[in-house]
Design a binder for this molecule. Structure first.
Ligand code: HEC
Ligand code: HEC
Ligand code: HEC
Ligand code: HEC
Ligand code: HEC
Ligand code: HEC
Ligand code: HEC
Length: 388
């Protein structure tokens, strides 16, 4: 009798857990439900290489190591076209500063602001600062290969400390910031609650219930409670990247509310540009890829080429991904170049193109980053090193 009752109880318990399990809903990661990368990596050590990627490091606290620009004397100034204005970057015991120096010595006046966060890693960086609980962008950014430069879109020669940081900017470059509701001000946040960098839970959803499950004795009865993109339909896999790589279309819902695995359509106005419209190479890899015949005639997703858990910038290795669907003989240049084409597919069919939207004006020059286009096709001009 006792054992039968026990089994019945166990069975009832299992059914109850099963019901709870079936109802598990993934949550967007927030300050109060995040477990953090350290917890994930305690079991998924093979993903540790993620901690060194541009995603993970795209927003950080300022340190000598996280700021790419130099604070050494002689290298820490940025002249402008205005003879009465230059910027100086200072590292002191209290922090790292951008200082606008106005007027001519000895009658100069200054505006000094302390760097609170560093954003960007691969090509360049911008710096953010607090005024009370409002977050702003600093006027001087850094570009690899160039050094300190006016922030993109800033007028040269004007000390502009007034550009607010909207939640959408942080949504693409951080895991979580808590906004302070204020209908008239868009850039108020609770400084204490910020989770910097893109973390595991940005793409996989809050991991709290998954970790509880994996540590539970009843593990087998509980749902996995974590999003694995490979199990999703293709459109949702792409949406997981389109949140940040699908352009800056207006949002319908609050920042940081996107739940991984859910369709993104709910958030965006789907008045996407017609196929003839121009799409900048910066920030919209999804729309460019969607224009490619490769994409349209296959089940390609971003993961066909990218493993976001590690850094992958070698275009020779990435050209190998083309050969999972093509052969080198498919290339119209095979008769002339033969096997020399191997490892070079990306150079010609996904060339680096200059962004037309990200522009830093600097002493009359226009600095524009080059970005790898994701519209895979035949381009009229092969890159210069191919001309012999
Ligand atoms: C206590 C160990 C443990 C921790 C902590 C843990 N995981 Fe897991 N995770 C596992 C195990 C074991 C599996 C395999 C589960 C299975 O196949 O049923 C798994 C599976 C997964 C999967 C694949 C799920 C699927 O449906 O295929 C993802 C994605 C994942 N974990 C991400 C994470 C993330 C992100 C974190 C941190 C928020 C995390 N894990 C923390 C042990 C852990
Ligand atoms: C929360 C926003 C966000 C999501 C989601 C996101 N990315 Fe990114 N991604 C970024 C940002 C921001 C950068 C630029 C990082 C930098 O250099 O500071 C970036 C950079 C990259 C890079 C260049 C990395 C390097 O080291 O050169 C690749 C490749 C990439 N993302 C692919 C993807 C793919 C594939 C997905 C979907 C699985 C994805 N991203 C999802 C924001 C995001
Ligand atoms: C819709 C998502 C999105 C928004 C909004 C956004 N960014 Fe980015 N940002 C990206 C992605 C993706 C990249 C890198 C890939 C590329 O160039 O397409 C990037 C690149 C950058 C870079 C250069 C990083 C590098 O080294 O490649 C900086 C700096 C940067 N963003 C700062 C900002 C700031 C500051 C804001 C807000 C004022 C902002 N971004 C708004 C997605 C976004
Ligand atoms: C930019 C989005 C993104 C981030 C950040 C991210 N992942 Fe993933 N993850 C994916 C995608 C997409 C897949 C499915 C395709 C693949 O395996 O690459 C995946 C698959 C997985 C899987 C299941 C497949 C496997 O290889 O076992 C695990 C486990 C996992 N991720 C753990 C992690 C952990 C742990 C972190 C943080 C250290 C992390 N992920 C960060 C996008 C992301
Ligand atoms: C997932 C499979 C897949 C991958 C990976 C892939 N392609 Fe394709 N690609 C296709 C298919 C399918 C077509 C269309 C063939 C057709 O319609 O006859 C195509 C078409 C093309 C075309 C013709 C485009 C046009 O507009 O006429 C070029 C060029 C091309 N691919 C180059 C590449 C290169 C370079 C890579 C690697 C960067 C690549 N492909 C990766 C499947 C793929
Ligand atoms: C056919 C292969 C292929 C596919 C599919 C693909 N990429 Fe890429 N991606 C590349 C190559 C090659 C590079 C150049 C490597 C590098 O410079 O890091 C690259 C670079 C990038 C970069 C860095 C661009 C730069 O110049 O800073 C981002 C961001 C990126 N990919 C995002 C995505 C996203 C998001 C998707 C899905 C919409 C995607 N990629 C799909 C091949 C691919
Ligand atoms: C030096 C630049 C260059 C390199 C490197 C290159 N291609 Fe091409 N590819 C071209 C050009 C140019 C054409 C168009 C030729 C024509 O129309 O006669 C082409 C055509 C193609 C086509 C379309 C053929 C068709 O009829 O639609 C495919 C597919 C293709 N290449 C794949 C590849 C692959 C895969 C690689 C790497 C193994 C590669 N290409 C390397 C320049 C290049």
């Amino acid at each position: 009798m006792f054992t039968i009752g026990g089994i019945a109880l166990l069975a009832a318990g299992a059914v109850a857990i099963g019901l709870v399990a079936a109802r598990h809903r993934t949550e967007a990661v927030r300050g109060d439900n995040a477990v953090g990368d350290g917890a994930c990596l305690s079991c998924h050590q093979q993903k540790a290489s993620f901690e060194l990627t541009a995603h993970r490091l795209t927003s950080r606290l300022p340190t000598r190591a996280s700021i790419l620009g130099s604070f050494s004397h002689g290298e820490n100034a940025l002249r402008t076209m205005n003879p009465n204005l230059y910027f100086r970057m200072d590292s002191t015991a209290t922090g790292f500063y951008e200082i606008a120096v106005m007027g001519r010595a000895p009658d100069t006046s200054v505006i000094a602001q302390r760097i609170a966060y560093v954003t960007g890693l691969r090509k360049g960086q911008s710096y953010l600062y607090w005024v009370g609980d409002q977050l702003y962008q600093l006027p001087v950014s850094y570009w690899r290969g160039t050094g300190w430069a006016n922030s993109p879109g800033y007028q040269d020669g004007r000390p502009n400390f007034e550009r607010p940081i909207p939640p959408r900017c942080l949504e693409c470059h951080a895991t979580w910031f808590q906004s302070v509701a204020d209908p008239s001000v868009i850039n108020r946040y609770r400084p204490a609650g910020a989770l910097l960098g893109i973390t595991c839970e940005t793409c996989h959803g809050s991991g709290r219930d998954h970790v509880t499950r994996e540590r539970s004795l009843l593990r087998a009865l509980l749902p996995r409670a974590i999003v694995n993109p490979t199990r999703l339909p293709r459109a949702q896999q792409l949406d997981g990247c389109a949140l940040c790589h699908g352009g800056t279309a207006p949002l319908r819902t609050a920042a940081f509310s996107y739940v991984p695995g859910q369709p993104l359509e709910k958030r965006f106005d789907l008045t996407t540009a017609p196929d003839t419209g121009e799409i900048d190479v910066h920030g919209n890899q999804v729309a460019l890829l969607e224009r490619s015949r490769c994409f349209r005639s296959s089940q390609m997703t971003c993961a066909t080429c990218h493993d976001v858990h590690r850094q992958q910038r070698d275009t020779v290795a990435l050209s190998g991904r083309c050969l999972t669907c093509h052969t080198v003989q498919n290339c119209g240049l095979f008769p002339q170049h033969g096997h020399e084409l191997i490892g070079r597919c990306v150079d010609c069919h996904m060339p680096l193109l200059t962004s037309t939207t990200v522009i830093s004006i600097y002493l009359g020059h226009r600095l524009r980053p080059q970005v790898r286009t994701h519209w895979i096709k035949v381009y009229p001009q092969p890159p210069r090193f191919w001309m012999r």
